[in-house]
Design a protein. Sequence first.
Length: 239
Amino acid sequence: MRTRWIEFLFLIVGLVAVDCYIWVTVEAQMSQAYDSWAFDQTRAGRQASVSEFLRYELGLSTAPPPAVQNAEDNPSEGLIKPNQTHTPLPVDTLIGRIKIPRLGINVMVREGAGEETLRTAIGHIPETALPGISGNVGIAGHRDTFFRPLRNIKHDDRITLETERGTYQYEVQSVQIVKPQDVSVLAPTKSPTLTLVTCYPFYYVGSAPKRFIVHAREVGPDTEASDGQPPIPRPRSTS
């Protein structure tokens, strides 16, 4: 009898774990779908709202579709974020979209590196440069979701960062593995650079002890943004 109760308990725990995983996955997919749609609508000069998105999903709106999208540890935890001189954005503000075509990464970026943000998107690390300003743009993501493909990143891979202000192209220069306390990886730079941060090892069980860092340099935005003014991202719509 006792063995049956133990088996039943493990079954319940397993079902709860599966339900939690499904909920987190669905939540992230839904958030990404809405963010991508809203970002495209805003860039096209149209107002985006949750109600209009639902109308589109139900086939009641003729608005164009969004672009096709191909253990809870915080990758930015422990890293000191150097101030790179810009007006702080509200947490969860939509920044844009990051793409790494060779790895199949096509993910929306929001302001913030806390768990609430990283559960449904990848996050711009506060107090690092924003796209369009000379400096070091820091972006964090979870190793077991959106940034899992980073384990296969290679030198010279191209990274595209789309914002309302313009699209910026970066080329991977190096990869390194550091301790969470390393403050140098997000240090300000004179030229436009991009730093991607995730936890390491990728398949570590529990809170990963190190950070996987990708350094890339800008190789040519399609929009000039050297006036020192950041893009003007839009906060998440609540209507």
